[in-house]
Structure formats: structure tokens, C-alpha cells
Design a protein. Structure first.
Length: 163
């Protein structure tokens, strides 16, 4: 059994990170959200293998941990591409054409929101307000805010990221 855990740790660095992060929060079940955010920040996503480990450490059921991870769209279940583009879908951006922008993005990259291009270059995710409403529709390219984005501007950005 111990051997199995060792093998699991070796295969998934997310498991080791999950254990360490949970420990930092004193293995408190109330800290699950913070732990998941830290895990995503450190590993880049929330690996499936980390969920039963967190459940055990926090004394929660697997269903409880799984429920939280799937309820919040912030949590990425798979590793992201080399670049992450967040597209605002909140009200101000919607009123300025965010839905048309999303359709153009999905057509241009041939993926849906939440997916990664087949070359691993770009992951596109939905987000709800980037605090850039005055320049809507807004997106965030890695850590950089970009405003007044239309299909043409997006294509230029995507081409630069894929180069
Ligand atoms: S609603 Fe899109 S940035 Fe605020």
C-alpha cells in the first residue's frame, strides 16, 4: 500500500503539492477553497489525483471536494496551454459585444471556452469581470489586460501568441 502511494506521488507532483498546501492551512476543511486556489497557482491546475488526497487530509468526503472543484469555474482540471486568455462574459462586456467576440474566438481557434488549442499554445477561459468595464469587451492575455477587443484585434493577439 505504501508503495502505491509512493508511486502516485512520483507520477503526480500535484499530489505532493496538495498535501503540503493542506498542511500549511492546518488541514482545516474550511480552508478547502483557499487550498484549491493555491494548488492551482502552484501546479497550474487542480489534478484529479489530488482530490482524494485532499479529502483524506481535510476529513471531507471525496464527493464534497469534487463538488467544490466542479462548482467553481475558476478551477482548471487539466494543464493549461503556454498562454491563457480570459474572456470577460459579464454584463458590461456583454453589452459591448462579448458574445460575438466569444463566437469569433471559438471559430478562430477552433476550440470552445475552457479548452486548449491542439498545439498547446492557447487556453481560453471565461471570466466574470476583469475590472476593465470602461474598455469592454475586455480580455486578459496571461497577466495583461486588453480592452476594446474585436475579432480582428483578437486574431492579431492569437497569431503573436502562436508564433
Ligand atoms: S464586465 Fe467585463 S471587465 Fe467588467
Amino acid at each position: 500500500m505504501a508503495e502505491k502511494h509512493t508511486l502516485l506521488n512520483a507520477l503526480s507532483p500535484g499530489v505532493t503539492a496538495a498535501k503540503e498546501i493542506a498542511l500549511r492551512y492546518g488541514n482545516k476543511p474550511d480552508a478547502l477553497l483557499e487550498i484549491l486556489h493555491d494548488l492551482q497557482h502552484e501546479v497550474g491546475h487542480v489534478p484529479d489525483a489530488a482530490l482524494p488526497v485532499l479529502a483524506k487530509q481535510l476529513n471531507l468526503s471525496r464527493a464534497e471536494v469534487h463538488g467544490v472543484v466542479t462548482f467553481y469555474h475558476d478551477f482548471r482540471r487539466k494543464p493549461a496551454g503556454r498562454h491563457v486568455i480570459k474572456v470577460c462574459r459579464a454584463e458590461a462586456c456583454q453589452s459591448m459585444g462579448a458574445n460575438a467576440l466569444v463566437a469569433a474566438i471559438e471559430k478562430s481557434l477552433k476550440i470552445k471556452l475552457g479548452q486548449t488549442t491542439s498545439d498547446g499554445a492557447i487556453t481560453v477561459e471565461a471570466v466574470y469581470c476583469l475590472g476593465n468595464c470602461a474598455l469592454s469587451p475586455a480580455i486578459m492575455v496571461d497577466e495583461k489586460l486588453v480592452g476594446r477587443v474585436d475579432a480582428r484585434k483578437f486574431k492579431t493577439i492569437a497569431a503573436e501568441l502562436s508564433a
